[in-house]
Design a protein around this ligand. Structure first.
Ligand code: GLC
Length: 532
């Protein structure tokens, strides 16, 4: 069976507000993305995923939608969206929209109607209860919010202004499937599915059991002293994944990429049964808090290979619009960033890269109390150093600063007086223009690696075998497909390593000092090679 295209693809995430501003209002837009498509194409990525740009009060920067089929004016029009789809396809690329199915904005006409009385036609479109149970929202604190109009509480998995839709109501399901079809019909290649694992909640609203856990983690979303037993990862959500898949299958091979959380066996369940009949791909956020050493990545890959064997395909992601940028976690060390990219682009899985990672953009520290992101306002009374010690990003503005295109004003992102978020002070050193000219830059390293990935079927589709017996600090794996195979050797230590290794051809070296000497491989600190 031929693997679906989305198992062989590579994904570049665009945060539209920060990518490129074509009309000088300080906010990125759809025409801006169109203007920069050649950049992404030339970088070598096939698929772009764009964070939401639909009508929205922007209380959660577009993850609070007030119309699923209209475009927020600051981003453009429906025609711009259609043109974007066309321009992407013209270049042989794919485009993935962000579908926030779980909740709408509190400003959505559906919610306004639902809230207006207990017996209006949309009264049951959201989750209403006379009394709250003990469930906590994902951001902490009760997710139940009182509405005076109805004298009842509505449920919000995330923030109070993002009420959850009620998927137990067949009309809601039908309407959301129609929304999905609306965009598929327009040619979109699929969706990234926002907080997909909370779509269904326990039908009986049973209280969650007590847990000693305070802070939710990637592999276990329980936290705030309760086990997230009844509000997350319900069996109906796994079934829903299959239903959604069959709706999309009507349009051909379309990608469904789930934002889910839980241990690997749970997130794997969203992909359906053995034949892979659920979502096409899921994020595995464990790796967003990676430790930079060979042993960590070896074990991570082993766990992933156990849980996502063929015909499943894992996703490798190290940054997104909600978490610290990977370079921040690498303390700005570009040698490490190149090695991490080399792993991400050669391991068995779909790489998903957040805009700006390719040039090594770093976080932009910002105070909590002036944040545009609503989350830090919830936590502004807790001293920041506590979150820093725990490695948690609270103010997501810090990873959403504008793309650094060049060394001119506003990093070439916008001609406006003021950009929606400040441009990072380091833009004169870290930008696309400068790095394009420098052969060994992170950007050019990624370009070269992407080229190899796009040429070698074994890297996109082949099996993966971890090599044993390598010196400490070295991670090595072989990728194989029929009679094509390549070996990747990565030095996660800061020391130069030289060891016996037979190969016939060197395909790529991270630095000039990496390489082969007779039957030996020499890797400088944080060096890497691809050989055959
Ligand atoms: C997801 C999005 C995040 C958003 C939240 C609520 O986690 O990635 O940005 O705030 O869902 O929609």
């Amino acid at each position: 069976m031929k693997t679906p295209w989305y198992h062989r693809t590579s994904i570049y995430q665009i945060y539209p507000r920060s990518f490129y501003d074509s009309n000088g209002d300080g906010i990125g837009d759809l025409q801006g993305i169109i203007q920069k498509l050649d950049y992404i194409h030339e970088l070598g990525f096939e698929t772009i995923w764009i964070s939401p740009f639909f009508s929205s009060p922007q209380a959660d920067m577009g993850y609070d939608i007030s119309s699923y089929t209209d475009i927020a004016p600051e981003y453009g029009t429906l025609d711009d969206a259609l043109q974007l789809i066309q321009e992407v396809h013209k270049r042989g690329m794919k485009v993935v929209f962000d579908m926030v199915m779980n909740h709408t904005s509190i400003e959505h006409p559906w919610f306004k109607e639902s809230r207006s009385s207990r017996d209006n036609p949309k009264a049951d479109w959201y989750i209403w209860r006379d009394k709250p149970n003990n469930w906590q929202s994902i951001t902490g604190g009760s997710g139940w919010h009182y509405s005076k109009e109805r004298g009842q509480y509505f449920w919000s998995s995330f923030l109070p202004f993002q009420p959850d839709l009620n998927y137990r109501n067949p009309e809601v399901k039908k309407t959301m499937f129609e929304t999905v079809c609306f965009w598929l019909d327009k040619g979109v290649d699929g969706f990234r599915l926002d907080i997909f694992n909370v779509i269904y909640k326990d039908a009986k609203f049973r209280n969650n059991p007590f847990s000693f856990k305070l802070i939710p983690t990637e592999d276990d979303p329980s936290g705030f002293f309760q086990e997230a037993k009844y509000n997350l990862n319900q069996p109906e959500s796994f079934e829903f994944a299959k239903e959604l898949r069959s709706v999309c299958d009507e349009f051909g091979e379309r990608i469904l990429l789930g934002e889910v959380s839980g241990d690997k066996s749970i997130i794997r369940t969203f992909l359906g049964d053995e034949v892979n009949n659920g979502l096409g791909l899921v994020f595995d956020f464990e790796m967003l808090s990676f430790q930079f050493n060979a042993d960590y990545f070896r074990k991570l890959i082993e766990r992933i290979e156990t849980h996502f064997p063929n015909p499943f395909m894992p996703v490798y992601v190290f940054s997104n619009h909600d978490r610290h940028r990977s370079i921040h976690r690498l303390e700005g060390d570009l040698r490490k960033a190149k090695l991490l990219a080399m792993l991400q682009l050669t391991v068995r899985g779909v790489p998903c890269m957040y805009f700006g990672e390719e040039i090594g953009m770093t976080d932009l520290p910002q105070p909590f109390n002036t944040a545009l992101d609503p989350v830090p306002h919830k936590f502004k009374f807790i001293p920041r150093f506590i979150f820093d010690l725990l490695g948690l990003l609270v103010n997501r503005d810090e990873v959403r600063a504008p793309m650094q295109w060049d060394g001119t004003r506003n990093a070439g992102f916008s001609s406006a007086e003021k950009t929606w978020l400040p441009v990072h002070g380091k833009y004169k050193e870290i930008n696309v223009e400068i790095e394009s000219k420098e052969d060994g830059s992170l950007l050019n390293t990624i370009r070269k690696l992407m080229k190899i990935r796009n040429e070698k079927t074994s890297l996109r589709e082949g099996s993966l075998e971890i090599l044993n017996g390598l010196p400490s600090g070295i991670l090595g794996y072989q990728r194989k497909l029929k009679n094509e195979n390549v070996t990747v050797l990565l030095n996660f230590s800061g020391q130069e390593k030289e060891f016996q290794f037979e190969f016939s051809e060197s395909i790529f070296k991270l630095s000039d000092k990496d390489g082969a000497k007779e039957k030996a491989v020499r890797l400088k600190g944080f060096g890497g090679v691809i050989v055959k």
